[in-house]
Design a protein around this ligand. Structure first.
Ligand SMILES: [Zn+2]
Length: 226
């Protein structure tokens, strides 16, 4: 069970990144991680202050979203996380935020066009918009999966709601959430000041391929989940 303990610690620690990068307000936002090789996930408890999100406060659910271990009720977004893990076996981490700039694009149901090399690197094109869906049940999960399936982007802007990101592990999903807000903010500023220029598709493809296969340290596995 040491592995589960480690994962609880990792998920608890990663929640500090959401506040560090200013992606969340109050108790909104959540991170989960799939327990490798088991039909379980570690996820944030519902309605607990970020300062109190220790490893012990994390909860373990099965992939139907049913609480298996923990002292608190799981996040109210647990059904959405569980749906993603059931539908996308390659996904090891899921993050949800209402980060301001990205969510402003979601409020307009406007995909973020690819106008920055950093966006081409991380997202491989535009950041897409998913459908409007009410919380509870499988609607949000279905919307995430149907939008991201076959898309390079690890981030989806759920209409009128916020951001969901996926990754091979929870850390990769957190990185996507941070980068999504970063490019959303710059795209917003560029639009406010004038007319942003698109990047040619061939250049987007080239940037994405290089970043996903050659960037970073040797032996750092490339993201190959999509
Ligand atoms: Zn939400």
């Amino acid at each position: 069970m040491n592995e589960l303990r480690e994962l609880r610690e990792t998920v608890a620690r990663l929640h500090a990144e959401l506040t560090r990068y200013g992606l969340v307000a109050w108790t909104a936002g959540n991170i989960s991680a799939r327990v490798p090789g088991r039909d379980l996930m570690v996820i944030k408890p519902s309605g607990i202050d970020y300062d109190e999100l220790s490893a012990d406060a994390m909860v373990v659910c099965d992939l139907e979203g049913v609480l298996v271990e923990g002292d608190h009720a799981p996040s109210s977004d647990t059904a959405a996380h569980a749906y993603v893990y059931r539908a996308m076996p390659e996904v090891g981490g899921v993050v949800h935020t209402h980060s301001s700039y990205a969510t402003a694009w979601a409020a307009r149901a406007e995909p973020i066009p690819c106008q920055l090399t950093a966006q081409a690197d991380e997202f491989g094109g535009e950041i897409p918009v998913g459908p409007f869906a009410l919380i509870g049940g499988d609607d949000i999960g279905k919307g995430i999966v149907s939008t991201l399936a076959g898309h390079r982007s690890p981030a989806v802007l759920m209409r009128n709601h916020g951001v969901f990101t996926i990754g091979r592990d929870a850390r990769a999903a957190v990185k996507a959430a941070v980068m999504c807000e970063d490019v959303a903010r710059t795209a917003h500023l560029a639009r406010a000041l004038g007319r942003p220029l698109p990047i040619a598709q061939a250049d987007i493809d080239s940037l994405y391929h290089r970043y996903q296969t050659a960037y970073g340290q040797p032996h750092h596995p490339a993201k190959e989940i999509r």
